[in-house]
Ligand binder design. Structure first.
Ligand SMILES: Cc1ncc(COP(=O)(O)O)c(C=O)c1O
Length: 406
């Protein structure tokens, strides 16, 4: 049995590293040759379009005996046969980039020693990858790095879910965490905003009838601010709580960017206080920037000198996108997906909050019988997840370290 695990002591005979190499070699065999005359389907792995083969899955049974690792790895590699090869220049569907080498290997490292970034003792300095990545992002956003924070979670939908939970607690108070959501607070989001509006209003218990779709502009696909203003003023007048206004900073298809700066001005005008005298909090602005966030890395780019030599028409688009996305600074919370425009492994998402202190205050729980706060960073006290794989934050951190600005 012991050979089924990497050894617990150092030895040059530990076959684990070789096995990893072997597994990657199996995968590599699925890539087609580069020759332009090669037949088949170059954008797909294994030149086998017959699958996927789901026919006999319910007949699967536990094997009689242990198998060899090599056999299992070969079978595992075969499961990729027929899949699109995201690395191939002919393949580019729906924001799925190839993952960069530093991210893949760093994320794999976390599988060896299983750091849990729930608290310091379980993950030691691997927790720093969450803190440092968040600080780098806060700096790119333009938030004070010692006030902001970020939590890695399960995809852009996880970020959205965190954003709506945060908004509901901020709006309806901590009581809503004990007694449940009993008020029909509203979530306003553009008609072209991602369908996560359904997932998160449904799963938080707010109810899908409580998200309100705002019209979008025919020319830009962005939220029609006049319509939003009309809806916000009408709810404000009737005393109906608005938990969140979601601004999509790069929609999935059209890359439309909502006017978040105007939304901030409107919220500040109508809701000058954190809390109304009746105890209801002001709307929280959540930026769904899972696609758009990475344009922030053009912060500091000298567009006049253009040191990277972008062609004029490309430079102009980059500048336009950067300027639109940089307004994300007006959000209270932001979702960022590294597995989309960050060239990292699947999945790899962080929800950023402008005030980590406020988030902690609103969402902390008393703790657990088996976890103690042994270091100053204990996200397990307020995250949804208990087992928090270090692979997400490690992949994002490795990507930022590796790529830098240029
Ligand atoms: C704008 C937008 N928001 C949210 C999501 C959900 O993100 P994820 O698929 O990582 O859960 C997507 C996914 O495509 C998206 O495009």
């Amino acid at each position: 049995m012991r050979s089924a695990f990497p050894t617990y002591y150092s030895t040059i005979l530990d076959p684990f590293a070789d096995m990893v190499g072997e597994a990657i070699r199996y995968l590599n065999q699925l890539k087609p040759p580069q020759s332009p005359s090669a037949s088949g389907t170059p954008g797909y792995l294994g030149n086998d379009p017959t699958g996927p083969h789901y026919g006999n899955v319910t007949k699967a049974q536990l094997g009689e005996n242990m198998a060899s690792v090599a056999e299992v790895l070969q079978d595992a590699a075969d499961l990729f046969r027929g899949m699109p090869n995201w690395n191939h220049p002919l393949v580019m569907p729906n924001v799925i980039p190839p993952a960069n080498t530093a991210a893949i290997i760093s994320a794999m490292m976390t599988q060896v020693f299983s750091p849990n970034i729930i608290e310091g003792e379980y993950s030691w300095d691997v927790e720093r990858t969450e803190m440092e990545t968040s600080a780098i992002l806060a700096d790119l956003i333009g938030w004070p790095t010692d006030e902001a924070g970020g939590l890695f979670t399960f995809g852009g939908s996880g970020c959205y879910f965190y954003g709506i939970k945060y908004a509901l607690t901020s709006c309806l108070g901590m009581d809503s965490r004990c007694n449940g959501i009993r008020t029909d607070a509203k979530v306003l989001v553009s008609q072209q905003g991602h369908y996560c509006k359904q997932n998160s209003t449904d799963w938080t218990g707010l109810g899908m009838n409580n998200y309100i779709e705002i019209d979008t502009d025919d020319a830009t696909n962005a939220m029609d601010f006049n319509h939003l203003e009309e809806v916000v003023r009408s709810f404000h007048f009737s005393g109906t709580p608005i938990a969140a206004i979601v601004c999509t900073m790069g929609t999935t298809d059209a890359f439309a960017v909502d006017p978040i700066d105007k939304v901030r001005t409107l919220v500040d005008e109508l809701y000058p206080l954190e809390k109304h005298p009746d105890g209801v909090g002001r709307p929280l602005i959540y930026a769904d920037a899972v696609i758009g966030w990475s344009w922030l890395t053009f912060k500091g780019y000298d567009f006049a000198a253009n040191p990277l030599g972008f062609a004029p028409e490309v430079l102009c688009e980059i500048k336009k996108n950067y300027e639109a996305i940089s307004k994300v600074v007006y959000a209270d919370a932001i979702g960022c997906d590294f597995h989309k425009t960050g060239w990292a492994t699947y999945n790899c998402s962080v929800v950023m909050v402008r005030s980590l202190h406020k988030f902690q205050e609103l969402l902390s729980r008393p703790g657990s019988a088996y976890l103690q706060a042994r270091t100053c960073y204990n996200p397990g006290l307020y995250t949804l997840e208990v087992s928090r794989s270090g692979s997400y934050s490690m992949a994002a951190w490795a990507t930022l370290k590796f790529m830098g600005y240029f």
